[in-house]
Design a protein around this ligand. Structure first.
Ligand SMILES: C[S@@+](CC[C@H](N)C(=O)[O-])C[C@H]1O[C@@H](n2cnc3c(N)ncnc32)[C@H](O)[C@@H]1O
Length: 357
């Protein structure tokens, strides 16, 4: 188990001390050091040059003395960068190196950008969002669409950051989805709210006989079609547009997947979406729920808890990183049986639930 996996489960965490409490108090500032390091290119610089002096970092990043002192004070004290005591030179934390070696660093950075440019401001309304039990933070996103997704096309920079992140966040876990999801008997999968088709493409590539339909809002059609063409799977994957709450779901599929979808809506809305899936599936058809999950005790993992602030404050009226059990209850209420949970390894709390009609 590596350092990142160890942090995933909250059970057995030491009691909070003053250092831990201070880190929570200044959590927003800790994130700003991470974001600044990413935007300035400090991790890549240290990865390339192994070890550098303060002056070399200052000059290469074109920073003033005071600015480099602040950046290094933060990045070393938080552990993103390590200062060698004997030489005073700086090197990259092993955990960041591991992400780079595993090919996940850009995905991690896309997540940092999402937190900075989409999540950060809306979270200011978290308390009011809890009080009013709705996404008060959406008021900070320009536009008139009924939820964040229907406002993205009115905010091109946000749209770009969002879909880059969504692709990366999916890719951090969808290799496990591809491995664990048995689609050997399946002919046609409907990917409801499939985004830029990142998961549809991965599943199509892994299952050459499978036809995949991405169901998306009209504003996201071009983004998905471009990625499908770039991946060279236009013969297998197509896009249809509509509103999965209001328009009929396409018939003829034997698998319906909701990927990073049932974290957005209320449990009642989730059950309604699953009922709609149930109606179009044949007997024996499969329902697939792929997203982050919290544990059934409601006390972790910490990434599930922290990610829930976004879902409470911003995208739509009701959502959070629900527990496995909460999803299973909706699945049962929608009429499915034999649901099976498969938690994925890794530092994100991803997993999949597969159920049968
Ligand atoms: C969190 S993203 C997940 C994207 C993709 N499934 C993934 O895992 O990368 C949610 C997606 O649902 C789409 N969506 C939101 N409301 C929808 C609706 N009413 N009908 C169809 N798609 C919707 C959004 O446009 C967005 O691309």
């Amino acid at each position: 188990m590596n350092a990142r996996q160890q942090q995933r489960d909250n059970s057995g965490t030491a009691p909070l001390d003053m250092d831990g409490l201070s880190r929570i108090l200044f959590g927003h500032a800790a994130f700003q050091y991470l974001n600044a390091a990413c935007e300035l290119g400090l991790p890549e610089l240290l990865a390339e040059r192994e070890e550098l002096s303060r002056e070399q970092i200052r000059d290469t990043l074109h920073l003033a003395d005071r600015a480099v002192d602040i950046l290094l004070l933060g990045c070393t004290s938080l552990g993103i960068v390590v200062r060698e005591t004997d030489t005073g030179r700086y090197r990259l934390a092993q955990v960041v190196r591991d992400l780079m070696d595993e090919g996940d660093w850009q995905r991690f950075k896309d997540t940092v950008a999402f937190e900075q440019y989409i999540v950060y401001e809306g979270q200011l309304d978290f308390t009011d969002s809890l009080r009013e039990n709705r996404n008060v933070g959406l008021r900070r996103v320009r536009g008139s669409g009924r939820d964040l997704y229907h406002r993205l096309s009115e905010n091109p920079h946000m749209e770009q950051v969002f879909y880059r992140y969504m692709r990366s966040w999916s890719e951090l876990a969808n290799k496990h989805l591809v491995e664990e999801l048995d689609l050997s008997g399946a002919k046609h999968l409907l990917d409801c709210g499939g985004g830029d088709a990142v998961n549809a493409i991965a599943l199509a590539k892994a299952n050459p006989g499978l036809e995949v339909t991405v169901f998306e809002i009209p504003a996201s059609r071009t983004i998905a079609e471009k990625k499908i063409a770039q991946a060279g799977v236009s013969d297998q994957v197509s896009v249809i547009t509509g509103d999965m709450f209001r328009d009929p779901l396409p018939t003829g599929c034997d698998v319906v997947m909701f990927a990073h979808q049932l974290v957005i809506w209320t449990l009642e809305e989730n059950t309604e979406l699953m009922r709609r899936a149930y109606e179009v599936l044949p007997e024996g058809g499969k329902l697939v729920v792929f997203n982050s999950m919290s544990n059934d005790q409601g006390d972790g993992p910490v990434v599930a808890a922290l990610d829930s602030v976004y879902f409470a404050s911003l995208p739509a009226e009701g959502g959070m990183i629900y527990s496995w059990e909460q999803h299973e209850k909706c699945i049962e209420a929608a009429g499915f049986h034999s649901s099976k949970r498969i938690p994925f390894p890794g530092w994100t709390p991803h997993g999949v639930i597969v159920a049968t009609k």
